[in-house]
Design a protein around this ligand. Sequence first.
Ligand SMILES: CC(C)(COP(=O)(O)OP(=O)(O)OC[C@H]1O[C@@H](n2cnc3c(N)ncnc32)[C@H](O)[C@@H]1OP(=O)(O)O)[C@@H](O)C(=O)NCCC(=O)NCCS
Length: 282
Amino acid sequence: MESTDARPLRPDDAAGLTHLSAEAGWNQTALDWRLILDHGAGEGIFAADGQPLASACRVPLTRHSEWVCMVLVTPGARRRGYATRLMARQIAAIEAAGRVPGLDATELGRPVYEKLGFRPLFALSRYRATRPRWPVDSAPGIRPLTADDLPALAAYDAAATGGDRAFLLDHLLRRLPQAAWVASEDGQIRGYALGRDGLKASSIGPLVADTPAIAIALAAAAGLAIAGPTVIDVPDAAAGLVAMLEAAGFVRERGFTRMVKGTDAALDRTGALYALAGPEFG
Ligand SMILES: CC(C)(COP(=O)(O)OP(=O)(O)OC[C@H]1O[C@@H](n2cnc3c(N)ncnc32)[C@H](O)[C@@H]1OP(=O)(O)O)[C@@H](O)C(=O)NCCC(=O)NCCS
């Protein structure tokens, strides 16, 4: 028997929840669940033995929006309305705080979100390579990111993407420091890349830059520091970066749709965003 009551998720649920995401073939580790539950919130439905059956969470993204993420239902409990119910509660909490809910939907998630009033903004794709062949040309103005850069980095990110996510930048710098790079010119930040280890692959992102050339150089610098399978989630509009990734051996694995319920101008365009922190972080 299971209880169909939802209860708030706690940081110490992270290890159990990792089974739910791993079962769906996702890349998150217990550290990612921890980060989401430490800085955001979520609810879950659990079986009598404590195994999680369903989850939905939210994390801060911009000044005006919160990101809905980790909407997962174990295959044996699908089509019972769990995702819709848990989502509705996340949406209500976000809207009650005067914010706009946004998300990056998988193909399975999109019909659930359309019914809940989300509209599509733009398309993104996940690219994967087992052993990428990155271009090794050194690019001027690119150097490793350090903790001293974090205040200026948060300000750059806020101006370039509307992001209000200093907690995430700080976490990723500590999580995979070798993948953290910054581009600067005359002391001004012109772009940055961060990365993260994962269950099945390491990922590059966020990747934010003033120009496509800077984004390409930063992606290569971050990528060269990562050994083994690598993924990166790129807006389809970033054609130059996609061409470089394909030349480096990346293959498109699946698509996502950025969706929003309401309006947040910061989410409407890809602009300086060349790679997501991941669909769960925007
Ligand atoms: C997407 C997912 C969370 C849906 O969970 P769920 O609890 O089965 O969804 P619900 O029962 O609330 O479905 C609500 C409605 O969405 C639509 N829907 C859900 N799954 C669908 C599917 N596979 N195909 C078409 N429509 C679907 C249906 O209209 C459904 O209503 P109905 O059952 O009355 O017809 C689940 O399939 C899942 O965990 N998938 C893997 C992870 C994933 O992709 N998560 C989404 C991340 S954005």
